[in-house]
Design a protein around this ligand. Structure first.
Ligand SMILES: NC(=O)c1ccc[n+]([C@@H]2O[C@H](COP(=O)([O-])OP(=O)(O)OC[C@H]3O[C@@H](n4cnc5c(N)ncnc54)[C@H](O)[C@@H]3O)[C@@H](O)[C@H]2O)c1
Length: 354
């Protein structure tokens, strides 16, 4: 087992990574449980089918009991109505202020459940057991919680750190290939913004050695989060590909693309915009395309990217006639740049002509 610590001044917590850790999850979460040893777990139907047995055995071995809230799967359910549904269940279960809520699942479950835990009775303890690659390398760490509105992604949410993150890469064995590819987009993002070495490893193609990749991504993310918990500076770099990616998700009604697939398209567009504006070294967009393609991800937005512009205006990072884009100077180095919609439009038109 490997252990990383997210070194926040308040809310310091551990990320445990290792094959088989789901079988010991009860032991790990026990220190955070209320005195009656009863927890509430929030999961989705697919994860519950894949992980129920191991999760519940680990809890009974640790002398704990649980009540499970099993939600339908899918991004559509990271919504206000689903949040209200969770509150209703918490009330029926008499979840009290000393309670512990465990999110067992992907980023949708983690984001929704984290927001519910943050706001129920002004905050109950919360732990993450991520079961998708995307959640294991990214969403379970750092405390961003949210739900989507029809107007845009993650528009209602808060920062709320978990007490613990338990990552068991063996849970990925039941994850559909498409979800693995979606998670790889976030892995490639880490290489692109921060680690030329990780990027080089990824250039050799899929390896199946997820533990190493997860450890490296969590290391990068926990360092960045510890320096900038509230996304006011360095943490914004983790949004590389996300501004355009969120616009793509919104444009397609949150249904067509997996989050990582949209981020892959968004990263390619951002790299192209950066090159067109002379801010990104020539060839970076092609290197990115090659790696994304090698890992089974599409890199060409099938519509006209100009149609994404209206969606950018409701992005959380937009304002004053522009949006803060994360651009690469080269592979392994990123920066934030306030970019006007006129500049983005011009760059997208140039790209379409190229
Ligand atoms: N909070 C953050 O910092 C952050 C960062 C990145 C992404 N996100 C959010 O994460 C969400 C996407 O997360 P996701 O890609 O994990 O999607 P997801 O939670 O919808 O999971 C993807 C699919 O995999 C299934 N699944 C999960 N684990 C499984 C397993 N072990 N075996 C079989 N099936 C399994 C789920 O049921 C679902 O159908 C988006 O809403 C995105 O905005 C949040």
């Amino acid at each position: 087992m490997e252990k990383l610590t997210v070194g926040l001044a308040e809310n310091k917590y551990d990320i445990l990574i290792g094959d088989g850790l789901l079988d010991d999850a009860g032991e790990f979460i026990r220190p955070f449980c209320p005195t009656d040893g009863s927890i509430v777990t929030v999961t989705d139907e697919n994860v519950w089918e894949a992980c129920r047995e191991r999760f519940s055995s680990s809890l009974s071995r640790a002398g704990l009991t649980y009540r499970a809230i099993v939600l339908p799967a899918g991004e559509r359910h990271k919504s206000l109505p689903d949040l209200l549904g969770l509150f209703d269940s918490f009330a029926r279960m008499s979840l009290m202020r000393d309670g512990l809520v465990v999110a067992l699942g992907g980023g949708v479950t983690g984001d929704l459940c984290g927001f519910a835990a943050a706001t129920w009775m002004r905050g109950v303890k919360f732990a993450q057991i991520p079961t998708t690659l995307l959640a294991q390398v990214d969403s379970s760490v750092g405390g961003k919680t949210a739900v989507n509105l029809p107007q845009g992604k993650n528009l209602v949410g808060t920062f709320y750190q978990p007490k613990l993150v338990v990552i068991d890469p063996s849970t990925l064995r039941t994850l559909p290939a498409r979800e693995i590819r979606s998670g790889m987009a976030e892995v490639i993002k880490y290489g692109a913004i921060r680690s030329r070495e990780l990027f080089k490893t990824l250039e050799t193609g899929p390896s199946g050695d997820f533990s190493r990749i997860i450890h490296e991504c969590c290391r990068i993310k926990s360092e960045i989060v510890a320096r900038d918990e509230r996304d006011l500076g360095e943490r914004m770099l983790l949004n590389f590909g996300h501004t355009m990616g969120h616009a793509i998700e919104k444009q397609s009604g949150f249904e067509r693309y997996r989050h990582g697939e949209a981020v892959a398209l968004g990263m390619t567009l951002a790299a192209g915009i950066g090159e067109t504006m002379g801010l990104t070294a020539p060839g970076v967009a092609n290197s990115l395309r090659r790696v994304l393609t090698l890992h089974g991800l599409d890199t060409d937005y099938p519509g006209n990217p100009l149609e994404l512009l209206p969606s950018l205006t409701t992005d959380k990072k937009s304002g004053d006639g522009g949006v803060r884009l994360i651009l690469l100077s080269e592979i392994g180095a990123a920066f934030a740049r306030q970019t006007s919609f006129t500049e983005i439009r011009g760059a997208l038109e140039d790209l379409a002509r190229a």
